[in-house]
Design a binder for this molecule. Sequence first.
Ligand code: FES
Length: 164
Amino acid sequence: MPTATCRCGETIVDDRWEKLDEIIEKHRAKQGALIPILHEAQELFGCLSEDVQLKVAHALGISPAEVYGVATFYSFFTLKPRGKHKIAVCLGTACYVRGASELVRALKEELGVEVNGTTKDGRFTLEVVRCLGACGLAPVMMIGDNVYGRVKPEKIPEILKEYQ
Ligand code: FES
């Protein structure tokens, strides 16, 4: 079985590259094929590494810059691997005035990552977002689909333990 190293840092035993070929073939004749291809490629690899982008560009006969442009334009694409659990801290106005930046600080400290960083064990990715639509519960954060309201920084370790 061929292997390759994804720039995500993962060594890939790779039937995934063959699957990527199949994905490209499935979409290539369609108009606007690039976005669905990138979606499926991201599901397959976990991120759109440089290797994946180059492969897609080459297969579609478009420039790597075009692929990179699309991959970086849409927020649902990521060039770096994301953690198993996404933590989204709201920094909208209501949350901000109720101490959301302290939550971010506590999470950075607890996880040892910066915003948009992923923990070394691949468990968490820390992100900040604008208004999650639950301002009455400010400050608010989400871990995956779970919403946490009126979060106090000192509760962070206890909350994260739920995901260990
Ligand atoms: S400002 Fe944070 S939920 Fe609205």
